[in-house]
Write a protein that binds this ligand. Structure first.
Ligand SMILES: Cc1ncc(COP(=O)(O)O)c(C=O)c1O
Length: 343
């Protein structure tokens, strides 16, 4: 498929992200690892609306408006980047926003720092729930939708991380952008590229896999999971890909075991929990490359990529593009853990 024709095959889209984002070379890390490493700056898709989520929300919010909704409802962890992007996109589009966020003790919610502060400033209404309730979030969504309807509102629910078949178009389109980036690099598409990305709710990886197949690119998508494990992501990403293929009639070969490539083993202490070595790498990259990774997603994925390269410098081939999916605001609530490492 021609990259230009992707736009017309997708569902309707709002123009919210600042794209194309830059592709930058990381000279010092590349020299040290003996492999070309580039970074796709999707942390620069906007300021408040930064990161990967906004590419997805371009499609989701278009669908919400088309459905006549006046309130969007979504969920996530306390410092969810997706929740923040949704709250800000909603404010921009004059929609109300209700966020169902997870915290250990809803009677004493976390301080309004990082993404929580931005959610509050954007006027989102936050409903705090326990991790146990979060596991039954389908019921909580139904409860909130019912409440909103009783108040005369028209809700539109967005899944965790905005990951579903519709949002996959966000990273199918991004793959077309990456294809143009790759064509400008030495040896262009003749040299195989490995695209390394963090995976959390699976939608970004699903879009990249589908985009690679649709454009028939000489690329491997290697996803570093920041929670759960390989089997979990085979199921989650596989379901998004299968649903998108059926819903949009995509004529592409896809097999879960063959096409979903999970680099497992770097969850560390767990989702949104960092180890000192991960924090130390984030500081090191900031000092050496002037580049800021976040602790929850990109810091973990970058750490995983570097460990894999140390084990086998050829494991990703000659050229890597690491996608910086954003998340910078999540750095500030973890300042306490980082401070002892700063000297
Ligand atoms: C900064 C950042 N990077 C990566 C991801 C992972 O993307 P996905 O949820 O589509 O797997 C997320 C969200 O989960 C995120 O907020």
């Amino acid at each position: 498929m021609n990259p230009a024709s992707l736009d017309t095959s997708a569902s309707s889209r709002l123009n919210l992200a600042r794209t194309p984002t830059p592709l930058e070379f990381l000279p010092k890390i590349s020299r040290e690892m003996g492999v070309e490493i580039y970074i796709k700056r999707d942390d620069l898709t906007g300021m408040e609306l930064s990161g990967n989520k906004i590419r997805k929300l371009e499609f989701i919010m278009a669908d919400a408006l088309k459905s006549g909704a006046d309130t969007v409802v979504t969920c996530g962890g306390a410092q969810s980047n997706h929740a923040r992007a949704t709250a800000i996109a909603a404010a921009k589009l004059s929609l109300d926003c209700r966020l169902i966020l997870r915290t250990a003790d809803p009677s004493a919610p976390p301080a309004p720092t990082g993404n929580i502060l931005l959610n509050c400033m954007a006027g989102a209404q936050i409903v705090w729930i326990t991790p146990e309730e979060y596991r039954r979030r389908k019921n909580i969504f139904q409860r909130e939708e019912k409440r909103l309807r009783q108040q005369g509102r028209t809700p539109y629910s967005i899944p965790e991380g905005a990951s579903n078949a519709l949002e996959a178009w966000g990273y199918i389109r991004a793959m077309a952008e990456l294809a143009r980036d790759i064509s400008r690099l030495p040896e262009g598409h003749a040299r195989r590229t490995t695209i390394v990305v963090a995976t959390g709710s699976g939608g970004t990886t699903a879009g990249l896999i589908l985009g690679t197949r649709l454009l028939d690119l000489n690329a491997r998508i290697a996803a570093v999971n920041v929670c759960d494990d390989r089997d979990y992501f085979l199921e989650v990403i596989g379901t998004i890909c299968d649903t998108a293929i059926t819903t949009y009639g995509l004529d592409i070969p896809f097999e879960r075991e063959r096409d979903i490539d999970i680099v497992d083993g770097y969850v560390g202490r767990g989702y949104a929990l960092s180890r000192p070595e991960e924090m130390a790498l984030i500081i090191d990259i900031a000092r050496r490359e002037g580049l800021f990774l976040d602790p929850v997603y990109t810091g973990k994925a970058f750490y995983g990529m570097i460990q894999e390269l140390k084990r086998d410098p050829c494991c990703f081939g000659e050229r890597i593009i690491f996608i910086h999916t954003g998340g910078l605001f999540g750095l500030f609530p973890q300042a306490g853990e980082m401070t002892p490492l700063l000297s």
